[in-house]
Design a protein around this ligand. Structure first.
Ligand code: AQP
Length: 338
């Protein structure tokens, strides 16, 4: 059942924080799925700039504003078609923050303290803002506000989608069966792209900003991407098979598999007896061939600010037309308003 009455087919919603250059992990874990599903589902993709405030010491207002535009442009450059998908910036739709407050009031603190991301990110700091703890509540609001059925994300976000489901279920239990309970949509391949420098940890924006050779940025010049791949950690062997691969080799094979869509048998035959240097060179070639058109389209879009503004204005308007009736129904259910 749809509160907003605006659903034409099953809906997906996802977003990325405008905190720096996106990497290959985000491209494969999130954006490739968005692109593949945008026709079959009604699709909403937002740039979650409110989430970027959760570490306020890292925020430069000018940079944040610029990043929001750049990430929107990158969505399009990566193949999100603004004619069929709705692209918008989260803070352009005030309903997110309002619903987040209401959902926060039904969310037990214990649920938030157990979140892995909170534990990891707060661990390294003397003091953290409450936004870092309540981030999953805002994310739950982002999702249920659009009555999203599925949320296409990488493996690392699974726990966040689970808590969004729990929050929505708790709200429904207390105030009536209003909110759609979302399901995670996690890709079969490439759900967790690992760091090139250390294949035991996932490729991540924050590590990428500190450690050279950790990640492949979507806007990295080809030389930089190639260098990072050629230096990727592997092992002392030379056998190239998916079943027997060490984490570093499996990561390279996965990049190759996802970006070429070639079968495992064919990939193993291609690299049989050839050694890791050859594998790395070919992975670098396919990564660069993927990045080149994205970077070219990104540059065009950044040179057409009016076009991008038009898409984001239209996106925010359409998003509000879905979000407003849902928020109104929630407010009525909890007794807010006259
Ligand atoms: N390594 C990855 N493999 C597969 N999917 C990934 N995602 C992120 N890293 C990988 C997916 O991409 C989206 C990123 O959303 P985000 O930009 O809002 O997340 P973030 O936390 O700012 O980015 P990172 O890289 O995950 O940074 P750190 O580690 O610094 O917090 C999500 O769908 C995510 O699953």
């Amino acid at each position: 059942m749809s509160i907003s009455g605006t659903k034409t087919k099953k809906r997906i919603l996802s977003g990325v924080q405008p905190t720096g250059n996106l990497h290959m992990g985000t491209y494969i874990g999130a954006l490739m799925q968005w692109r593949a599903n945008q026709v079959d589902y009604e699709s909403l993709f937002c740039v979650v700039d409110l989430h970027a405030l959760t570490v306020p010491e890292a925020v430069d207002p000018e940079v944040l504003r610029r990043n929001s535009r750049e990430i929107s442009a990158l969505y399009i450059a990566c193949g999100i078609d603004p004619e069929i998908s709705n692209i918008f910036v989260q803070s352009d739709v005030h309903e997110h923050a309002e619903l987040s407050w209401i959902l926060g009031c039904v969310t037990p603190l214990g649920w938030l303290y157990r979140m892995t991301q909170f534990k990891t990110k707060s661990d390294k700091r003397d003091s953290v803002g409450s936004g870092l703890l309540t981030y999953p509540v805002l994310q739950a609001a982002d999702i249920v506000l659009y009555e999203a059925d599925q949320v296409p994300v990488g493996q690392d976000q699974k726990q966040h989608i689970e808590i969004a489901r729990e929050i929505a279920q708790r709200f429904n239990h207390l105030f009536g069966d209003l909110l759609t309970i979302p399901e995670p949509m996690i890709p079969k391949m490439g759900a967790k792209v690992m760091g090139l420098d250390d294949p035991s940890r996932k490729m991540s924006k924050s590590i990428g900003m500190e450690v050279k050779g950790h990640s492949i940025g979507l806007l990295d010049p080809p030389k930089v991407a190639r260098k990072a791949i050629m230096r990727a950690v592997t092992d002392s062997g030379n056998d190239i098979r998916f079943d027997h691969a060490s984490p570093g080799v499996l990561n390279l094979l996965t990049l190759y598999e996802v970006l070429t869509d070639e079968s495992r048998e064919s990939i193993e035959a291609r690299f049989s007896g050839k050694g890791y240097g050859h594998l790395k060179k070919d992975v670098a070639d396919v990564v660069i061939a993927t990045l080149e058109p994205i970077q070219a389209r990104f540059t065009e879009l950044m040179n057409e600010p009016g076009y991008l503004d038009g898409i984001l204005d239209k996106g925010a308007e359409r998003a509000r037309s879905i979000a407003a009736p849902v928020l109104t129904a929630v407010k009525q259910a909890v007794g807010l308003g006259r």
